[in-house]
Design a binder for this molecule. Structure first.
Ligand SMILES: Cc1ncc(COP(=O)(O)O)c(C=O)c1O
Length: 382
């Protein structure tokens, strides 16, 4: 039996009777950009994250860029982030006019390591401010990433940020409706960014993103930036962008906000099932740390034989992914920063050994059994 990596159709079929009239409504009202559907979604999503403001945007990349841009740091600031993330995290830093400063991940959660962040910062002092020894950028921020659906350790990162006077950002593109220590993802740090790319836990039917924050100032600035720096039509306070969300996406996401918690419960149950089915295999299974709602955007395991294993699964039409196969510090696009292979051993191991299994809320036990028995066969033969 073939098992797809992702099945977007299964979810659409559940909610299509609600989706179609909402889309029809957008067509009838001709309010295609921002407008009441997007506003309704923003209110619901802010409530879901437990924050005052959600500002809906055109993509998750716009959201990472926007959240950093909206905090108005001096040009050329250094922002600490892990290199084992999707390129948009570091891209957002660069698009906002700053410098990514990479620090290694934690070997259990694969999220930015607070210990290594602290250690790195302690070695960065020259003139009273932390300065990145590689690029000379004054470090003014930390961008955590909730990789695979598990919030980074923001409690510790916040203490470090406060100690060094840094802004704290959360890239929550993979962790809608997650939590840690009772606090929702999207509410850590000064501001957070989300992606609603179709394959995300909460996916639009096209591109979409948002920032969430308790800060009136950051939210107001983001609303202006997303619309060309304008608060009044044809009058511009500063240079902005066109990062407005489509009303069609607002309509879809407004409905999905109701279901995301239950869908994530299904993902969590599926992850627990994988954990028990695969417990005896020689692979590192994902770890959920205490007091955390890891929402399993991706079920990532690690094994040194992952390329062969992935080929074996592909031959049986079982979809397995790589998230991600190459860390950012060794990518050509970031070579100007001067990093080398070997600089971040945990992120490099993550890149070399990760493999992600089929994971979506509608995944059946039968499909999971199929994945597990193919993996057991592989390790018997291997
Ligand atoms: C961690 C992370 N940040 C940012 C993004 C960018 O989101 P988008 O694809 O919506 O631009 C993604 C999406 O893949 C992501 O996984």
């Amino acid at each position: 039996m073939a098992v797809p990596f992702l099945d977007l159709k299964a979810q659409y079929l559940q909610i299509k009777d609600e989706i179609k009239p909402e889309i029809e409504d957008v067509l009838e009202t001709c309010y295609y950009v921002l407008g009441p559907k997007v506003k309704n979604f923003e209110e619901k999503f802010a409530a879901l994250c437990g924050v005052k403001h959600c500002v809906a945007l055109s993509s998750g990349t716009a959201a990472v860029h926007g959240m950093i841009w909206a905090t108005n740091l001096p040009a050329g600031s250094g922002l600490i982030t892990p290199p084992n993330t999707f390129t948009a995290t570091a891209e957002g830093i660069v698009l906002a006019g700053h410098v990514p400063v990479f620090v290694d991940a934690d070997p259990i959660t694969w999220n930015l390591s607070p210990e290594k962040t602290e250690e790195f910062l302690a070695g960065c002092f020259s003139t009273g401010k932390p300065v990145d020894p590689k690029t000379g950028a004054v470090i003014r921020g930390i961008v955590g990433v909730d990789l695979y659906g598990q919030a980074a350790d923001y409690k510790t990162l916040k203490k470090i940020a406060d100690k060094y006077g840094l802004s704290l950002y959360e890239d929550a593109a993979q962790s809608h409706d997650g939590s840690r220590f009772g606090q929702k993802t999207g509410s850590f740090g000064d501001v957070a960014s989300f992606s609603f790319y179709p394959g995300k836990n909460m996916g639009a039917y096209g591109e979409g993103g948002a920032i969430t924050t308790d800060s009136d100032e950051i939210a107001a600035r983001m609303r202006t930036l997303r619309d060309h720096g304008s608060q009044e039509k044809y009058f511009y306070n500063f240079i902005g962008h066109n990062y407005r969300m489509s009303a069609f996406q607002g309509a879809v996401l407004g409905i999905k906000t109701k279901y995301i918690h239950a869908w994530n419960d299904n993902r969590i149950a599926a992850a627990a099932r994988y954990n028990s089915l695969l417990a005896d295999l020689p692979v590192e299974l994902p770890v959920t740390v205490d007091n955390t709602r890891h929402v399993f955007h991706l079920y990532a395991l690690h094994t040194p034989v992952r390329d062969k294993l992935r080929e074996y699964l592909a031959a049986k039409q079982i979809g397995a992914g790589l998230h991600y196969p190459e860390p950012l510090h060794t990518q050509k696009a970031y070579s100007y920063l001067g990093y080398s292979k070997g600089d971040f051993p945990v992120c490099e191991k993550n890149a070399n050994e990760n493999m992600t299994l089929p994971m979506f809320p509608e995944l059946t036990e039968e499909q999971q059994n199929e994945v597990a028995s193919a993996m057991k066969e592989f390790f018997k033969k291997d």
